[in-house]
Ligand binder design. Structure first.
Ligand code: PLP
Length: 457
């Protein structure tokens, strides 16, 4: 009976479901059927055939507290029963949304004390972009509107957020990037243009590339610098040593806002509440999403600094209400999930665990694979870990793309029932497990990866 139902679902899936980020033709023809997942518990998920997987990617870097948390499920059910929805326009709120605003700003850096709630990382970045423009319009600087993001950054896949993203896959055939988004050098030491450079020289290069772009365009036209504290989807690349120390003063000098996109790093993935703390950044905006609710319900946010807030306040005093809002801004069910999720993070010490077990995972992965002939680099920070593959280690040559080596390793890994991700930025295998991962489970990921790398040839 189950088998028949599975066949039926598979058929409906191929016939009816236009999937995101999917090879559509292959999927529709049944050449690339994904998993149909039924349940999750801790770091494990189970599909409809009863196969159990260690989810080394926490969904899409988002189920940070792990699957099956009763406290969050109860909070969602209670909220749905008591009040499924009320809006947040013209100053309205719910117990859940107001409580979550207080909890988020209590955890944010000291100079950031207001949060706007949206639904996804993409719409939160869109909100930040509009607020950046609003900010400069209110300050009487209508020309100061260009945004600099980085090659290999990932900030979403809407029109403007896809433009902020610095990965060709998200631009090609969509006519992106749109103006006025510019991209500067990716802080990707391993793949630097000039292999003669040491890390400090490479950082100096990133800084001077940015400053040259600012001077070429005119600082009076540049509104903001948009960046993840460390690159995520573009390859899981920790910021090189000294990078943020070199970038921050350039932004300050030219009156350019810093938007820290912490959709992945927010709420503990690097072992600190925010990645900005980990790297000593001083952002004017922080984008949050995934870890805010551990993906138990869609909710995102834009945290703004006191400096920005003052101008927003002045703006509405002069011009009337902010013309920006979604029906589902601060949705009570998402907010209730967020409150329960942040409580769990505290009660179970999960941020600390992410730092400790993440460090262990990265250390073990390096010990086992850093010298492998087809591994160029093992790198990571906190509960993020990547293995980059090369055809020739000494010359860092890429595999021919037709070899699809990242996807092959992921397929091999699946034979051990461990899930990793072939990162869209190259031949890179990524891990971003739930924060509740144990050292035993980290060992299992490492052992399965070694086997998969050898198996993929
Ligand atoms: N920003 C970063 C850093 C992300 O990693 C992502 C998603 O992976 C986004 C933004 C977009 O978030 P969403 O997919 O929820 O729109």
């Amino acid at each position: 009976d189950d088998a028949r139902q599975n066949d039926q679902l598979g058929q409906w899936d191929r016939d009816s479901f236009l999937h995101p980020s999917t090879h559509l033709g292959q999927h529709a023809r049944g050449e690339a059927q994904g998993r149909i997942i039924r349940t999750g518990e801790g770091v494990y998920i189970e599909d409809r055939d009863g196969q159990r997987w260690l989810d080394g990617f926490a969904g899409l870097y988002c189920v940070n507290v792990g699957y099956g948390r009763q406290e969050i499920a109860d909070a969602i059910a209670k909220q749905a029963q008591e009040l499924a929805y009320y809006h947040a326009y013209v100053g309205h709120g719910t117990e859940a949304s107001i409580t979550l605003a207080k909890m988020v700003t209590d955890r944010a850096p000291d100079h950031m004390n207001k949060v706007y709630f949206g639904l996804s990382g993409s719409d939160a970045n869109e909100t930040n972009l509009k607020l950046v423009w609003y900010y400069n319009n209110i300050r009487g600087l209508p020309r100061k509107k260009k945004i600099i993001s980085r090659w290999r950054g990932y900030h979403g896949s809407g029109l403007m957020t896809g433009s902020l993203t610095g990965l060709p896959l998200f631009h090609d055939k969509f006519d992106l990037p749109l103006s006025p988004i510019l991209h500067t050098t990716a802080p990707y030491f391993y793949r630097r243009d000039n292999f003669e450079q040491n890390e400090a020289e490479f950082v100096a290069q990133c800084a001077s590339d940015l400053e040259e772009m600012i001077e070429r365009e005119g600082a009076d036209t540049i509104a903001a610098f948009w960046a993840e504290p460390m690159l995520g989807t573009g390859g899981i690349v920790p910021a090189p040593t000294g990078y943020w120390e070199a970038i921050q003063p350039i932004l300050d000098k030219h009156d350019i806002l810093l938007v820290a996109d912490e959709v992945i790093t927010g709420f503990g993935r690097l072992g600190t509440m925010f990645g900005s703390e980990h790297y000593g950044m001083k952002p004017d905006f922080i984008t949050i999403a995934k870890g805010l609710t551990s993906a138990y319900a869609p909710l995102s946010g834009s945290i703004v600094s006191d400096k920005v807030w003052k101008v927003l306040e002045q703006g509405t005093d002069e011009n009337g209400p902010l013309g920006h809002g979604w029906t589902y801004s601060a949705h009570p069910i998402g907010a209730a999930a967020g409150v329960a999720n942040l409580k769990l993070l505290d009660e179970l010490n999960l941020v600390q665990n992410a730092g400790e077990v993440g460090t262990y995972l990265n250390r073990r992965m390096k010990e086992e694979l850093a010298d492998h002939p087809h591994v160029g680099e093992v790198r990571g920070e906190g509960m993020l870990c990547a293995v980059e593959f090369v055809e020739d280690r000494a010359r860092r040559t890429f595999y021919d793309p037709s070899r699809k080596i990242g996807a092959k390793v992921v397929a091999e890994l699946a034979k051990s029932h461990v899930i990793g991700r072939a990162m869209p930025g190259g031949d890179i295998l990524g891990f971003a497990p739930p924060f509740s991962l144990t050292t035993d489970e980290a060992d299992r990921i490492v052992e399965a990866t070694v086997k998969a790398v050898n198996g993929a040839g």
